[in-house]
Design a protein around this ligand. Sequence first.
Ligand code: G3P
Ligand code: CA
Length: 363
Amino acid sequence: MRTRPKSPRQVTRRQGMHEHGTCAARPAPTGAFPHRMLLRQLRSGAACLGAGLAALLLAGAAAAFDLQGHRGARGHAPENTLAAFRTALAMGVHTLELDVHVTRDGEVVVTHDPRLNAAFTRDASGRWIDEPGPAIIQSTLAELQRHDVGRARPGSRYLQQWPEQRSSDGERLPTLSALFDEVARRGAGAVRFNIETKLNPTTPELTPEAEPFAKAVLDVVRKHGMATRVTIQSFDWRTLAVVQRLAPEIPTVALSAQQKFLDNIADGRWTAGQTLAAHDGSLPRMVKAAGAAIWSPFHGDLTEALLAEARALGLKVVPWTVNDPAVIERLLDWRVDGLISDYPDRVRVAMAKRGMALPPPLH
Ligand code: G3P
Ligand code: CA
């Protein structure tokens, strides 16, 4: 009889049980994560519970923390390219974080900026493009894909910012569809996608409106049967409202920043009518009222008190974009639900130190 190959997640579960399977109960050390305590209890009682039930519970506990590779793994590979997503998969992440825009001919492309970014884009003749680059919304997919986005421009501030980023000449702006295909080809059947709709209410001329933007993304997600493996995130909460209405099965993620570089919470144009004033100054309550399942604050805005408040409201909290090892450690100590990082490898090191289940590397 032929047996079906195991998914990476099944293999991980089994390995976890094999490595830790014992009936000897051990006390949980002070400060242990709740899911680690659960894992410990499950390990010690696995035989009594029955392997099937324990495996199920272990899987649930292991899935509790969400390691996300930001723009793939921007610290190591050209952002939002297939090379970056392959790099993240090879390191091992639960989720690929990515940004999307819509082209003039209606294609959903994976890219952060509303224009081709002169810091890492060369034209068909190999010449570095000038600022401002062509707008995504005014270009066809074919026009955009004539450009190479696989190398940071020598002497640029961008290159200084990402000194470990390895070039990958020839990378093109991928479509969302191509990313789904690539991940399927690699057999990464458990990897999830945190898709950010890059709308900006202060520059409406650079994107479709919220509804057609969200619809374009949902069309691709559904065409690929990915609704169960996707979250939709945005600083522009109007998109989240559209997704909640058209695809209630897809969890939405409210992004927030209360910083000089961006404050989407103080400017009602970003938040679909929600204001802090209407929620007694509570951002977690504002996120909850916006219908999001997950709150992703800028890491520097998060406090332990806000985390506790959000949790009490039933929200998951996944801060962005956390690259400093000391901050990674602090947020893991606080027991956030996940971390978005340009360096998933750094988060993995901190997770391993704590005995947290690591997503398997996929080559
Ligand atoms: O996931 C949120 C994070 O990606 C937001 O920042 O500007 O890198 O898209 P940004
Ligand atoms: Ca993003």
